[in-house]
Design a protein around this ligand. Structure first.
Ligand code: FO1
Length: 306
């Protein structure tokens, strides 16, 4: 599966109820990674890892359940008030990751190590061991790193451009490409197509590899009735000149996705999608409970006959 953060993690919680987690390989976006207080933070990797470990904060979907923020409060005395909420126990993950990076471990090894130590059975891997940084250009402002746009500025403003800095030079993880080629199904999570899945798809030769397996590739639309449940994907589609509908999404993915799972509220798009050469399936895509996420996962697996 190709994954961003919270939406992907929710889906994975369902998928791993339907198939053995050891069969699941998760390739995660690292374009959102950021340094805070000298520490390397990988929000999407951590969101997926914590969720599969059963440790994530159910209210936010990111961070850890039952967190405290004492260290962040103490850091404010030196750095000023922080805008990125790093919890005390979450900081342990960032300290460990940063320490290992400094010792020369690749991010993929650290990610597997953290997941194993937290008891996760699925294989979680960063999209690349090379650094890719997502920048967002909003009208009237210079391009800014993703977390600054998303958290500090609360995704305000009209998005004019997404820059995936370093993506052309970065190599996708070899294990990720191998897993994709060996898999019965490749699932694109209901994540943001520009800033979550975009960075993964931008790594050559990720997109052409998926295109060669298109019949086995399914994407889940993050749109429900013209809006996203969470996050700015709908605003971004509009700002970047795409139709905010499953058809707009299908045009973004058409070369590499054979099946598109859309919400039942959007069933009127089934025919137009089929006319575009996409196998379209409508179902309830709102993952309000793990059981709902598992039901969605079953529909996805059935749609590509796994
Ligand atoms: N999202 C927020 O909206 N506000 C935060 O303060 C915040 C802190 C944070 C800390 C660790 C972490 O792993 C994720 C965190 N996120 C926060 C979520 C993160 O910005 C997004 O989920 C992803 O980058 C987008 O997928």
């Amino acid at each position: 599966m190709l994954a961003g953060g919270v939406g992907a993690a929710k889906f994975l919680r369902g998928l791993t109820r339907r198939i053995d987690p050891r069969r699941v390989h998760v390739i995660v976006n690292t374009g959102d990674d950021e340094e805070f207080y000298g520490l390397h933070v990988s929000p999407d990797l951590d969101t997926v890892t914590y969720t599969l470990a059963g440790m994530s904060n159910p209210a936010t979907g990111w961070g850890l359940a039952g967190e405290s923020f004492n260290a962040l409060g103490a850091l404010a005395a030196f750095y000023g008030k922080g805008w990125f909420a790093l919890g005390d126990r979450d900081l342990a993950t960032h300290i460990y990751r940063t320490d290992r990076l400094r010792q020369g471990w690749p991010l993929s090894r650290i990610t597997a190590d953290i997941a194993r130590k937290l008891g996760v059975k699925a294989r979680i891997m960063p999209m690349s061991d090379d650094r890719v940084r997502t920048f967002v250009k909003v009208r009237g402002r210079a391009a800014m790193p993703f977390q600054e746009y998303f958290v500090r500025n609360r995704a305000r403003g009209r998005v004019e451009r997404i820059e995936l800095r370093g993506a052309q030079q970065a190599r996708p993880l070899a294990q990720a490409l191998d897993a994709i080629k060996a898999s019965a199904a490749v699932i694109l999570a209901p994540s943001n197509p520009f800033v979550s899945l975009g960075p993964i798809l931008a790594l050559p030769p990720m997109r052409t590899t998926l295109a060669s397996l298109r019949e086995r590739v399914a994407a889940i639309s993050p749109l429900v009735g013209g809006k996203t449940i969470k996050g700015p994907a709908d605003k971004m589609m509009r700002g970047l000149g795409h139709e905010v509908s499953p058809v707009g999404l299908a045009r973004l993915y058409r070369d590499c996705v054979g099946t598109l799972i859309i919400d039942q509220l959007d069933r009127r798009y089934l025919e137009p999608l089929r006319a575009l050469g996409i196998n379209a399936v409508a179902t309830n895509t709102i993952m309000s409970t793990p059981a709902r996420a598992a039901a969605l996962a079953q529909v996805v697996l059935d749609s590509i006959q796994v």
